[in-house]
Design a binder for this molecule. Structure first.
Ligand SMILES: Cc1cc2nc3c(=O)[nH]c(=O)nc-3n(C[C@H](O)[C@H](O)[C@H](O)COP(=O)(O)OP(=O)(O)OC[C@H]3O[C@@H](n4cnc5c(N)ncnc54)[C@H](O)[C@@H]3O)c2cc1C
Length: 431
């Protein structure tokens, strides 16, 4: 089960449950309408593979507030001016044309499970036979926090551009950046630590361009982690913080945000107040309100429980939840969202065709996988990968034995591999 480095780059799905596909579509009623809410990594992959494996028998409608999706994957490199956000932005139209499904620009405001329909913010209503929710995350509100002025850059788009602009135009030589890390589980476990490294690289570059010092002497990046420890690639990031940025990064554990002063770029926390020339606040995450309001998230929980054999909601039948919004303990990542979407597409096809989704040949081979590449400076990266396998006894997706792989430190080759890996993932999702 060990994934080699080369396989990591090539692999964009660990799904091993597709043996019957190709023999089923004649049994699918072509009036069956699948509505997919969200055109990010999970939703776009779902629409793509449901159409492909279902041999275009389904009527599919993909709904998203935008006609295009900006990828969070690689978006930390937008901050360092190494990639333009436009290069990470994918229109839904070519995918929909190629795989013959409909798109609708709009935001779903309510799920009417009883009526099998969704309400859109423009007041229109769309009925479905099967509903797939691929909405990603919602960021918690924080007292005083104005995301229009204090960027999170954790849902790629305007916020990413705002943080890029503040770093490039408002961070002086010897300047001070403050960033916060949300409580786990959050999307992309290594992502915040990768960002801390890149913020430090930026702060150093700006200072070096000024002769090595600035108004405050050396630059600093204060990292306020709500968790008690580094959440992914601990050895790598501990080494990176010490060896690459020991003079810049001030990493603090177990710090909870209580209030943000958006005018003065100050974070008030359980251990005091921290002000920066640039303040990057990444709030805690949860499944979006439309899922919570529909009863898909138990009271007091943050994520939607599902059966990982199908991704059907554990609470409301006929509704599937894939990607970051669902509650399995698999990492919240784009690679994983892509893999879950394939398992879900396969399950929807089987269920619609009247075949068993929990047949032993399927559940005994059900795997997903995840991969994250983390640049730690302008030309070197580390990586992490894991395979998850369905345990028929616990009925959970569990880390497969010996499948956890991580780079030893960081290097240039991994940085180059990162582009190949991302290109493969983007192609398998949006193209
Ligand atoms: C900086 C950063 C770096 C990352 N790097 C990696 C990496 O290296 N590898 C990796 O695998 N993952 C990475 N990730 C994580 C990855 O981006 C997410 O896990 C992934 O995007 C989750 O996919 P999703 O489909 O669940 O959500 P998203 O991709 O966010 O898509 C959700 C979509 O739903 C739409 N939507 C939301 N609400 C509604 C509504 N009410 N109606 C209609 N549409 C709606 C949104 O507009 C959006 O298009 C990174 C994340 C960040 C922030």
């Amino acid at each position: 089960m060990t994934i080699s480095r080369r396989n990591l780059i090539r692999t964009t799905s660990g799904v091993a449950a597709l043996s019957l596909i190709g023999k089923l579509s004649s049994q699918i009623d072509d009036r069956h309408h699948v509505v997919v809410v969200g055109g990010g990594f999970a939703g776009s992959t779902l629409a793509r593979y449901l159409s492909l494996w279902g041999e275009q028998k389904f009527r599919i409608t993909l709904i998203d507030p935008s006609s295009e999706h900006s990828s969070c994957v690689m978006s930390n490199l937008v901050l360092t001016n190494q990639i333009a956000l436009s290069k990470l932005t994918f229109s839904h139209t070519p995918l929909a044309d190629r795989f013959n499904f409909a798109t609708r620009v709009g935001s779903v405001s309510e799920i009417k499970a009883g009526a099998k329909s969704v309400l859109l913010a423009d007041g229109s209503e769309l009925s479905y036979d099967t509903l797939v929710l691929a909405t990603g995350i919602e960021l918690d509100a924080i007292d005083g926090y104005d995301p229009a002025r204090i960027p999170h850059a954790w849902i790629a788009g305007d916020s990413t551009e705002l943080l890029r602009q503040q770093l490039n135009e408002e961070l002086p030589a010897g300047g001070h950046v403050v960033m916060t890390i949300p409580e786990a589980p959050y999307r992309c476990p290594p992502g915040p630590y990768e960002r801390a490294c890149l913020l430090a690289a930026m702060a150093r570059q700006i200072t070096d361009a000024n002769g090595g010092s600035g108004v405050n002497g050396s630059p600093t990046v204060t990292v306020l982690d709500a968790n008690e420890d580094i959440q992914a690639e601990k050895a790598t990031f501990t080494a990176a913080f010490e060896e690459l940025y020991g003079d810049i990064i001030d990493y603090r554990r177990g710090v909870k945000i209580t209030r943000i002063d958006s005018d003065n770029r100050t974070a008030y926390t359980t251990v005091g107040a921290f002000s920066g020339d640039v303040l990057n606040v990444i709030p805690n995450h949860q499944a979006p309100a439309i899922l919570r309001n529909a009863g898909l998230v138990p009271t007091g929980d943050r994520w939607a429980p599902v059966d990982p054999v199908t991704y059907e909601s554990a609470l409301i039948g006929g509704i599937y939840v894939i990607g970051d919004a669902q509650a399995t303990s698999q990492p919240k990542s784009a690679h994983m969202a892509n893999a879950q979407a394939k398992v879900c597409a396969d399950a929807i096809i089987r269920k619609t065709a009247g075949l068993a989704t929990h047949a032993s040949e399927r559940i005994n081979n059900l795997t997903t996988n995840s991969a994250c590449f983390s640049p730690v400076n302008f030309n070197e990266a580390a990586w992490l990968t894991a395979v998850f396998r369905y345990n028929t006894a616990s009925r959970l997706m569990e880390l497969a034995p010996n499948s956890l792989g991580a780079s030893e430190g960081w290097d240039r080759e991994s940085y180059d591999d990162m582009y190949t890996w991302a290109s493969n993932l983007f192609s398998d999702t949006f193209v």
